[in-house]
Design a binder for this molecule. Structure first.
Ligand code: NAD
Length: 482
């Protein structure tokens, strides 16, 4: 029986990030009584409050700064930007504020009860809520027919990089923008490292990236990364590959970063701030999961099936905690699948293309099969490339440093994947995602009219290039399949 301090719902969603709130909203749309539990004052999770959204606001400012400088070559000279850090912070926080208050309103309209606090399982269908100060008065117990676990991930910090000093930051601290450090060391040349490096460099920091492997963005196709590397190398002070961080040491004058390997001439360098961005780990500890039948992998991810069902019949898991890639849009899709499956619909997470975008300058994006994966799987694919040097639109933007490529099955001519690097690649990847998901063949894209002059034509011309018939590129002709 529900008491004053406890409620009964059809679905309780633990974690209010883009996966959690999408699941909660959809479950409510499907007619269920829903509670959404999150630790922050509002829904949004890491992505909206401390990740994707604030970083993209800063990256937009970085783009503006770069473009105003580039304009000198086109006969327009602007004065060097003056950064009002307080105002910039206010603007970034304002963007977050606007979106999170919108989510509160959307929750209210759908009758989704938002509970602010930290939830812990006390059984397969019960949660104890440690209510946050602002959430006092809310229910401290939730009993649910079904629980969706959506607690996301946390930064992974290896022992060598643990130092209790505010000058050593994680991505959240970096986004707080306490100051613009003169010398910034970024450990990890992945998504967070490169995106943060891009906005800090634009704001005036000397950025040094230390990456353990032999290239930036390990896992992404090298031809795409090469274009990005060449561009960011102009804006960063240094990029050290194959380099290991042995230790961080707090000194009065800064944080000493001790490294080994790579091409580093001085193995100990001092920085005003250090950002550690070497990956994230699932947030599955301390949730009381031992009181349920949920099983986890060796790496701490919750095991799920295609309907996001865990090994406990009352619990589904979505998003970062349910496996890689740790991307908000994958979490949101999984959230919708979980809600529909709970409602008895035959939905499954059967998507074949999950777009990945690194919002650097230039942006780098891919979806479906990558060349790296095709090689690892020993799969024969034809790669059809269209360099942006041949794109009229890219020329008008002064951004011919781009490349669009399609991975095509040579037998069926089906589009299996798309990779793209260039200004605005993050928006362009949507066409590739749809093509892969809809099982388009190269002719579908080649014969679709793409507006001129746009960067989207590079997708069409990459498809045309497969037949050796791209208007703005000469390649020997290939026979068309009838
Ligand atoms: P990441 O996995 O993208 O990159 C981590 C990098 O650190 C890798 O290049 C890795 O080789 C390197 N590394 C690992 N150990 C190291 C060490 N000891 N020394 C130096 N380098 C080391 O991880 P991230 O950048 O921390 O981001 C975490 C996750 O967050 C991403 O995988 C992604 O799923 C998500 N994310 C996505 C976006 C986006 O979609 N645009 C943006 C930010 C974060």
């Amino acid at each position: 029986m529900p008491t004053e301090n406890s409620i009964n719902v059809d679905v309780a969603v633990l974690g209010a990030g883009p996966g959690g709130y999408a699941a909660a909203f959809h479950a409510a749309e499907l007619g269920m009584k829903v509670a959404l539990i999150g630790e922050d004052t509002r829904p949004g999770g890491v992505c909206l409050l401390r990740g994707c959204i604030p970083s993209k606001a800063l990256l937009h400012v970085a783009k503006l700064i770069h473009e105003s400088r580039d304009a000198k070559d086109w006969g327009v000279t602007f004065a060097e930007p003056k950064i009002d850090l307080a105002r910039l912070r206010e603007w970034k926080n304002g963007v977050v504020e606007k979106l999170t208050s919108g989510l509160m309103e959307l929750a209210k309209r759908r009758d989704v009860q938002f509970i602010q606090g930290r939830g812990q399982f006390t059984g397969s269908q019960t949660l104890k809520i440690d209510l946050a100060e602002e959430g006092k008065g809310g229910p401290a117990q939730v009993r649910a027919e079904n629980i969706i676990l959506a607690t996301g991930s946390l930064p992974a910090v290896p022992a060598a990089m643990r130092l209790d000093d505010p000058r050593v930051m994680d991505s959240t601290a970096a986004l707080a923008l306490a100051d613009i450090p003169k010398r910034l060391c970024i450990i990890g040349g992945g998504y967070i490292g490169l995106e943060s490096g891009t906005y800090y460099a634009a704001l005036g920091s000397e950025v040094t990236v230390v990456e353990l492997t032999d290239g930036l963005l390990p896992g992404a196709d090298r031809d795409l990364v090469r274009v990005l590397h060449n561009h960011v190398a102009k804006h960063f002070k240094a990029i050290h590959l194959n380099t290991k961080v042995e230790k961080l040491e707090a000194r009065t004058e800064g944080i000493a970063v001790h490294t080994s390997g790579g091409d580093v001439k001085e193995p100990v360098q001092v920085f005003d701030r250090v950002l550690v961005a070497v990956g994230r780990r699932p947030n599955s500890v301390g949730l009381g999961l031992e009181t349920t039948k949920v099983e986890m992998t060796d790496r701490g991810f919750v095991k799920v099936d295609k309907q996001q069902r865990t090994t406990d019949p009352h619990i589904r898991a979505i998003g970062d905690i349910a496996g890689e890639p740790m991307l908000a849009h994958k979490a949101a899709r999984e959230g919708k699948v979980a809600a529909e499956a709970i409602a008895g619909q035959p939905s499954e997470f059967d998507n074949v293309a999950i777009p990945a975008i690194v919002f650097t300058d230039p942006e780098l994006a891919w979806c479906g099969l990558s060349e790296t994966e095709a090689r690892a799987q020993g799969r024969t694919v034809e790669v059809s490339r269209f360099p942006w040097a041949a794109s009229g639109r890219a020329a008008t933007l002064g951004r011919t440093d781009g490349l669009t490529k399609l991975l095509i099955d040579p037998r069926t001519q089906r589009v299996l994947g798309m990779g793209i690097v260039g200004a605005g690649a993050g928006e362009l990847i949507a066409e590739g995602t749809l093509a892969v998901e809809m099982a388009a063949v190269a002719r579908d894209i080649a014969d679709t009219i793409h507006a001129h002059p746009t960067l989207s034509e590079t997708v069409m011309e990459a498809a045309e290039a497969f037949f050796g018939m791209a208007t703005h590129l000469y390649r020997p002709k290939r026979e068309q399949q009838s």
